[in-house]
Design a protein around this ligand. Sequence first.
Ligand code: UDP
Ligand code: MG
Length: 316
Amino acid sequence: MRLAIVVPCYNEEGVLTNSARQLNEMLCHLAEKGKISENSFILFVNDGSKDKTWELIEKLYRGDRHIFGLNLASNRGHQNALLAGLMTVKDICDAAVSIDADLQDDVACIEDMVDTFAQGFDIVYGIRSSRKNDTFFKRSTALTFYRLMTWLGAHSIYNHADYRLMSRRALQSLSEYPERNLFLRGIIPTIGYKTATIPYERKERLTGKSKYPLRKMVNFAIEGITSFSIKPIRLIFSMGFLILFITLIVAVYTMISFFLGYAVEGWTSLMLSFWFLGSVLLIAIGIIGEYIGKIYLEVKQRPRYNIETFLSHDHE
Ligand code: UDP
Ligand code: MG
């Protein structure tokens, strides 16, 4: 069984050497035990880093035949970089594990994933058993996000980040999803096959900052929701009905006031409803716009990434 470990890297020069060593040790350990074949490898995907990440990957590649490198022509974001890596390895491995470069996810878990794969599972999800190393802020925003996603009807696996093993045929299925708006955590559960979960403790980032500041987290959440759910549109629909109902009551009230002869100036109520409706309309247009934006991007069918170089030790 040839294993590929796919690692997206964006400005990770600080952690890369250490991560490569740890992953390599894991690879050798598994190969010694005969759980994976000797030609298994680690693929580092450089997502248009601005620092020395790619130079470092090249250096690691030259020094070790278990290390492969993939250089994207520009920064396309975590999800696209990961997809680029997975699609590159899908025909040259039997299973691929994806893991973040900072190794916050427990490397030891890879062995369990490989064992589970050997038992015939196609997708093995790493699940964080607790979030005690996260800041209160990250923990609560993440929880809100999962709740919102579930409520909106987009199935995602609770406390699972992009740490998972996928078999070759699962990767093959993934490659058949042509959508541009990529939210892997939502897509992968829809692939099917036999799946399993493995709990682990997530550690703190050793060096370097998180590449997911609040702005990116919010974008990620919006991406996840609008890629998977049409509930916001239904919400507008029911909101419209609710307002229609309120308008009816208001109409009856104003008619009665009119016929009873005390036609009030009504400036306050007028202004209030004017502003209220204005804001509701704007929100509604905003939500519709989000979907139109998606259709627009989808219709263009642009490639999601462009590969500049692929370093591999195959065919040597
Ligand atoms: N990453 C990437 N492209 C980006 C941002 C991040 O490839 O534009 C990678 C990053 O190098 C890391 C992974 O995505 O391997 C997750 O990022 P990070 O650890 O900063 O996120 P967090 O753990 O805070 O959610
Ligand atoms: Mg991280």
